[in-house]
Design a protein around this ligand. Structure first.
Ligand code: GLY
Length: 420
């Protein structure tokens, strides 16, 4: 089978690494890829946003199956375009990807089908939104409706902060049309976890639960990032609850979309929060795998991923059973100095090493420099490790981290609760 992975981050390197393992794969490509994916796949120089060019390339190169990493091409309709060309793809059509690209759509669907989610309301009018804030007070969460590169959510501690966020999103149009509609919702205190499933339109197959570390600095301090590390399993949400969550969250949402004539086929990710009483609420949906969650989930997967994704793309997920290693996994993200703000690219990376049993360095913001690699972007590498216990996985990941360096490199020292 000829397989194409779309994207260039740590998630896509992990996908390529895992897909490559399958005897079903005869050729593997990654568009555009990075300095790490070139070791396991052929990099194809087409940006993820050019969905038309990707489809033409896939037709010309007889691609049997395409797996999409990031949300941007999904919200642009890459699955619609590929399907028009008769190409099989893992990723929802843009009408279904609205679950991620429109927070108000996701909220409306969840409220309609009784999925547990923080109480909230949707506004297109600034004055009405402000009145809601004044009535409900703070703390309150202000979410811009559209995709904002992870910067469209403000947890306001005071009414003034909430109103400032409304002004920024709706009046000053910081995110253009993405902020013209906002969702206001109650803030829930608790711990977050990532629950990701495969969906073929009907059948839902859960992956193992994971947890990412969103803040830049130890102890959950500093600005929000795309994720600075992850663990699986997580004490926040036991895997025994997965069956129930599939029935209470994913089943109703997929069925509601189906009743509107929208087929959901791809990965579906619920970012959930578990409060002190153990109540699980959905904060958001993503229409893709998480990054860096993928870099721990795939370390634990024993089954053939190509077989599962091929079945998904044919609507035959019912025939698939996924098997998992009993070991735990942890990963640590190495980021450029300045991330999540402006970063300087082009720093040479030293100490990179090839995969070892249970220890893999996944590339994200890297570009080849001869045989070596240099930085390009905020999150540069993810060091992922397995261990008999979570502590052992964490220790192993940090041992990997110690071998690597580049100018300005920053990472959290407390992934998995450890201090290193
Ligand atoms: N790690 C969070 C995300 O992928 O959205």
């Amino acid at each position: 089978m000829r397989v194409l992975v779309v994207g260039s981050g740590g998630r896509e390197h992990a996908l390529c690494w895992k897909l490559k393992e399958s005897p079903l794969v005869t050729a593997l490509f990654c568009a555009p890829g990075n300095a790490g994916t070139r070791d396991v796949a052929f990099n194809v120089d087409i940006p993820v946003t050019n969905v038309g060019a990707l489809a033409l390339w896939a037709v010309e190169n007889q691609i049997d199956l395409t797996v999409v990493g990031p949300e941007d091409p999904l919200s642009r309709g890459i699955a619609n375009v590929f399907e028009e060309h008769g190409l099989r793809i893992v990723g929802p059509v843009k009408e279904a990807a609205l679950l991620e690209s429109s927070k108000s759509f996701a909220k409306e669907i969840m409220l309609k089908c009784g999925v547990s989610t923080p109480a909230g309301a949707v506004f297109t009018d600034h004055a009405a939104a402000k009145a809601y804030v004044l009535e409900h007070g703070a703390p309150i969460v202000v979410k811009a409706d559209g995709l904002c590169a992870g910067k469209g959510v403000v947890v306001a501690e005071t009414v003034d902060e909430a109103v400032a966020a409304l002004d920024e999103f709706m009046l000053q149009e910081r995110f253009g049309s993405s902020g013209a509609t906002v969702v206001l919702e109650e803030r829930i205190v608790g711990e977050e976890a990532s629950v990701i499933v495969l969906v073929d339109g009907e059948t839902i197959l859960p992956l193992v639960v994971s947890q990412d570390y969103k803040r830049l600095k130890d102890n959950g301090l500093g600005p929000n990032t795309g994720g600075m590390g992850a663990i699986s399993p997580t004490p926040v949400l036991g895997e025994k609850r997965l069956e129930t969550l599939v029935g209470e969250i994913f089943g109703p949402v997929v069925a509601e979309l189906r009743s509107r004539g929208i087929r959901y086929r791809g990965f579906l990710y619920a970012g959930v929060i578990v409060d002190r009483e153990g109540v699980v609420r959905v904060l958001e949906f993503n229409c893709r795998l998480g990054d860096p969650e993928t870099e721990v989930i795939l370390m634990r997967l024993k089954s053939d991923l190509v077989e599962a994704l091929d079945a998904l793309s044919r609507g035959r997920l019912k025939s698939i059973e996924l098997h998992w290693k009993t070991e735990a996994a942890a990963c640590v993200v190495l980021a450029s100095g300045g991330y999540p703000g402006e970063v300087d690219d082009g720093k040479m990376i030293s100490g990179l090493f090839p995969p070892e049993p249970g220890l893999v360095v996944f590339h994200a913001g890297t570009v080849p420099e001869g045989e070596l690699a240099k930085t390009k972007g905020g999150r540069v590498l993810t060091v992922s490790a397995l261990g008999d216990t979570l502590n052992q996985a964490v220790r192993r990941a940090y041992e990997g981290v110690q071998r690597i360096s580049f100018d300005g490199m920053q990472y959290r020292g407390d992934i998995g609760g450890g201090r290193w």
